[in-house]
Design a protein around this ligand. Sequence first.
Ligand SMILES: *Cc1c(COP(=O)(O)O)cnc(C)c1O
Length: 242
Amino acid sequence: MSISDGSKGSDTVAERLAGVHRRIADAAEYANRDTSDIHLIAISKKQPLVALESALEYGQRDFGENYLQDALPKIRNLAQCGATGASPVWHFVGDIQSNKTADIAANFDWVHAIDRAKIARRLSNQRPPTAKPLQVCIQVNLERSPNKSGIPPDDCAELAAEISELPGLKLRGLMTLPEPQDDFLAQRQPFAELARLQGELNAAGYALDVLSMGMSADLEAAVAEGATHLRIGTAVFGPRPD
Ligand SMILES: *Cc1c(COP(=O)(O)O)cnc(C)c1O
């Protein structure tokens, strides 16, 4: 047995993934929900390809990135090991600039942070006609803070109406990225608000089935308020290298 194999105290991706699945299962039980309604997106931004490969090996399928240039080589590389029958699903979770929409439309399956009709139109026009529509969420800025991305809750209905007309996109739901909070009840509050907004839009005739909310530090609060898609980075991969 090696006396210094370098792995002491640093969990593997497999162990971390198992830990996250346990947290999700516990949170689901607390909230009386079915774990099959809760999807784990492993946020792999800044992580090296090997980390994604081990997650894929241990059954993780959904990956989220928010830097296009870092993501494209990973997408190409993992597509090549798709021979195992395990091809990843790619989620773009970052802010989107106009000059990035073509590559995003061509390489991703989901986009979580749409907050402008102009970006939505570009993504729709640039979605390859042979691909199924890009699955999208509207990012909501619940704090209405001017220096945060996302649109204020009051503008959601209008943007939802515009996106629904676009053939290259399929509007699935809402996403939010609240300010970090330590207290469980405080963490739940913005997630509850997003769920309420989803309910209002659905009452107005939409069929939104996705709430993209919850990260490493607040996934339990998100599950308690109905999250369907958790975006988990550090709890799956460990700290992000710089
Ligand atoms: C980085 C990031 C996450 C994951 O954050 P962790 O705290 O590492 O779990 C989730 N969503 C978005 C939009 C991110 O940029």
